[in-house]
Design a protein around this ligand. Structure first.
Ligand code: COA
Length: 285
């Protein structure tokens, strides 16, 4: 549940959120609305987008929906131009639309590879380019790309998604350097396992998968879309993150740090404690 933010940090501003009909995209759109901003949510299926827009309106935002496939560069350009035509500006773009499934690399068809690269990497570029064409002349803008930590540490079964997210990371850093002097910031957020229907079905479909994922998170829990959205709000807010560009904020309970594979540290600690107790009793005698 997202409540109005006392910061009102996005008052008078407009954000476009791709994949805003569900999960993390919806939560970010609603958090922007809660901060006083107006939101446009873009995706393929209008029904969930309409629901997000309705919830944003309940938070006091002006909200709109654009049905568009991010794989279509002309449709994306028309959609972004439409946002600016309607609202007079675009202050934030959140590239959240994604497609994913787990598949052994040797079994992945060229079409499966292309589908994910097209949505995730190409779609992000098309949206970014279209938004930047308005943000750069205005001298301001914040672009936030949703990636995953396997972009840098890899993960079996995700070669298509990891390649796409790794490409977005390189794109983010390049554009941050290219546009840094022109008022447009470009950052990434890297959520860990987040309780959404889409992620669960694609990435931890069974109870055993879920338990294994949970065991990989030092924080010992999954996160929520709302928690991720709070970090996204920070990066989108010029007042708090105006000097942050080209960076990645991991919101993953430490999952990317990896899991210890050596001796159980609780055992190691207790044996050290035992020997230090023995040492101190020897020195007392
Ligand atoms: N394993 C292996 N290949 C798969 C697959 C899976 N689980 N799911 C889809 N593919 C392949 C298809 O077989 C097809 O290749 P083919 O023509 O060689 O058979 C190719 O990917 C495209 O699939 P299709 O369903 O036609 O594409 P689409 O554009 O409708 O769907 C996807 C895009 C594939 C990314 C689909 O998973 C999707 O729409 N996902 C959206 C939701 C989502 O992924 N959310 C996850 C958030 S973490």
């Amino acid at each position: 549940m997202i409540e109005p933010s006392p910061l009102a940090e996005f008052a008078g501003r407009v954000a476009l959120v791709t994949g805003g009909g569900s999960g993390i995209g919806r939560a970010i759109a609603l958090r922007y609305a809660a901060g006083g901003g107006d939101v446009v949510v873009l995706g393929r299926r209008p029904e969930p987008l309409e629901e997000t827009a309705h919830l944003a309106e309940e938070l006091g935002a002006r909200a709109a929906v654009v049905s568009c496939d991010v794989r279509d560069p002309d449709a994306v350009t028309a959609a972004v131009d439409g946002v600016v035509g309607e609202h007079g500006r675009i202050d934030a773009l959140v590239n959240n639309a994604a497609g994913n499934f787990v598949c052994p690399a040797e079994d992945l068809s060229p079409n499966g590879w292309r589908a994910v690269l097209d949505i995730v990497l190409n779609g992000t570029f098309y949206c970014t380019r279209a938004a930047a064409r308005h943000m750069l002349p205005a001298g301001r803008g914040a672009i936030l790309n949703v990636i995953a930590s396997y972009a840098w540490h890899g993960h079996p079964g995700t070669v298509h998604s990891a390649a796409a997210k790794g490409g977005i990371l390189a794109m983010t850093r390049t554009l941050a350097a290219e546009w840094g002097g022109r008022g447009v910031r470009v950052n990434c957020i890297s959520p860990g396992p987040t309780e959404t229907e889409g992620a669960g079905a694609a990435l931890w479909p069974t109870d055993a998968d879920r338990a294994r994922v949970l065991g990989s998170v030092p924080a010992g829990r999954f996160t929520t879309p709302e928690e991720v959205a709070e970090s996204a709000a920070f990066l989108l807010d010029d007042a708090r993150a105006g000097y942050v560009t080209g960076d990645v904020l991991s919101v993953d309970g430490g999952q990317w740090l990896g899991k210890a594979v050596y001796a159980d540290s609780s055992r190691a600690d207790s044996s050290r404690a035992d020997s230090s107790r023995a040492d101190s009793s020897r020195s007392r005698s």
